[in-house]
Write a protein that binds this ligand. Structure first.
Ligand code: ADP
Ligand code: MG
Length: 442
């Protein structure tokens, strides 16, 4: 079988060059048509030797399905050929590689990118499902990208796909267990819906960098799926945010944080005091929700109003010193950029960081800025880890710390605004006007 280190096979009409990848039963090469068009294609070579009855059927299914369909997010089969050794699928070339590599070189994908990819994947799947075709082996390795400049997803590798018929239940376990629906792994009986399970796993991997059941062996995945261990992570998840649920303790926790905030304020540590006031506010809002006594509610609101005004003053102090720091950072940043000239990846990551800073200045640009910070910092941290000791490393280290501090600060700003909204919406429930005006942190 043609593996790494082997010369690519020969095929009439094409020049096969580099190996693009290999998977379950094939090796895929980049190739040029010998015709004047010099068209670039990808050729999937399946050694006949390796084909038992089942894989032969897979291949024929793949050919039959791909030949019959054309969709912007499904890799196009242009032609197929065979000789005494191999069967060749001549396909549209996807210059961006596969989604697995795309995710892992970026560590994780920003939510916005993941969403666009999900739309594209969904449109391909809807198209297939309308035609009674299931993919059955959806995973990042089987999803390709048209290019890196303007990446579009292209669904590929229809080896396991088949026309789904509810009457044909002779299924065998196929595909990769990490992305497989439990009924596929455990009951060996499934239908078209398993593709949607895999979509969920792929989305999770895009956002968190690894699939939810990441394991080293098949047995380990199966154990995880079958295990009845309680999923404690759910209770600790920031979105559920059990910690800030309105309860009898909310007020005490808010007050304790205010005490700490006042101490820091007295010590002259404006940033720490601001951060503590914000944390306190996160408990005051649920405390207000929890309180039923109208008079006590008013009393809490009056206090919150005072803390919010102090937080606002602190915010002004912190942001003016941040501006000064930002100006100080400029020359070091220019120098770092100069020293990154021979390293396009570093330069690109620094660009993302600059874009984040620019967005931060725009009205209403906070969330975009945060996404950019997250993306830029993800890259910069990887680069920093690989950077050899020296001046550039020192500068990069400082820059990463600066950026993290900015992103952290920005996150707090966003949270503070959200708390304000929460307090305002309490007001709209028919409560006093006074808090609304004092809670306005702008
Ligand atoms: P298998 O059936 O052996 O899993 P695939 O069709 O999934 O084969 O291809 C294996 C790998 O080759 C993919 O994961 C991808 O990295 C690469 N590849 C496949 N098709 C193309 C293509 N059209 N353009 C670029 N790379 C491709
Ligand atoms: Mg594959």
């Amino acid at each position: 079988m043609a593996g790494p280190g082997w010369a690519p096979p020969r095929l009439d009409g094409f020049i096969l060059t580099e190996r693009l990848g290999s998977g379950t039963y094939a090796t895929v090469y980049k190739a040029y048509a010998k015709k004047d068009t010099r068209e670039v294609v990808a050729i999937k070579c399946v050694p006949k030797k390796s084909l038992n009855k089942a894989s032969m059927e897979n291949l024929l299914t793949e050919i039959e399905i791909l030949k019959g369909i054309q969709h912007p997010h499904i890799v196009q089969l242009k032609d197929f050929q065979w000789d005494s050794d191999n069967i060749y699928l001549i396909m549209e070339f996807c210059a961006g590689g596969d989604l697995s590599r795309f995710i892992h070189t970026r560590r994780i994908l920003p939510e916005k990118v993941a969403r666009v990819f999900m739309q594209q994947l969904a449109s391909a799947l809807q198209f297939l499902h309308e035609r009674n075709i299931s993919h059955l082996d959806l995973k990042p390795q089987n999803i390709l990208l048209s290019s890196l400049e303007k990446p579009h997803l292209k669904l590929a590798d229809f080896g396991f796909a088949q026309h789904m018929s509810p009457w044909d239940e002779k299924h065998v376990l196929r595909g990769s267990p990490l992305y497989m629906a439990p009924e596929m792994v455990c009951q060996r009986q499934y239908d078209a819906r398993v593709d949607l399970w895999s979509v969920g796993v792929i989305l999770y991997e895009a956002l968190f960098g690894k699939p939810p059941f990441a394991s080293r062996s098949f047995t380990e995945v199966e154990e995880k799926i079958r295990s009845n261990r309680v999923i404690e992570d759910f209770f600790a998840h920031p979105w559920v945010d059990l910690e800030h649920m309105p309860s009898g303790e909310s007020l005490a926790r808010a007050t304790a944080l205010v005490v700490q905030a006042v101490e820091k304020d007295q010590d002259g540590d404006a940033a720490a005091a601001l951060s503590l006031y914000c944390k306190a506010l996160d408990f005051f809002v649920p405390a207000l929700h929890y309180e039923v006594d109208a008079q006590r509610k008013e009393a809490i609101k009056a206090k919150v109003g005072q803390y919010v005004s102090r937080a606002e003053e602190l915010k002004a102090i912190v942001s003016s010193s941040n501006q000064a720091l930002l100006r100080q950072g400029t020359s070091a940043r220019d120098l770092l950029r100069e020293m990154a000239r021979d390293k396009p990846r570093l330069l690109a990551a620094l660009e993302v960081a600059s874009a984040a800073m620019a967005k931060e200045e725009e009205a209403g640009g906070e969330q975009d800025a945060l996404d950019l910070y997250q993306h830029g910092l993800g890259e910069l941290l990887v680069l920093l880890a690989a950077e050899p000791p020296g001046r550039r490393r020192e500068l990069l280290h400082t820059e990463v710390q600066n950026l993290m501090a900015r992103a952290e600060y920005l996150k707090e700003q966003v949270k503070m605004r959200e708390s304000r909204w929460a307090a305002e919406s309490l007001d709209k429930e028919g409560l006093s006007e006074s808090v609304r005006s004092s809670c306005t942190l702008q």
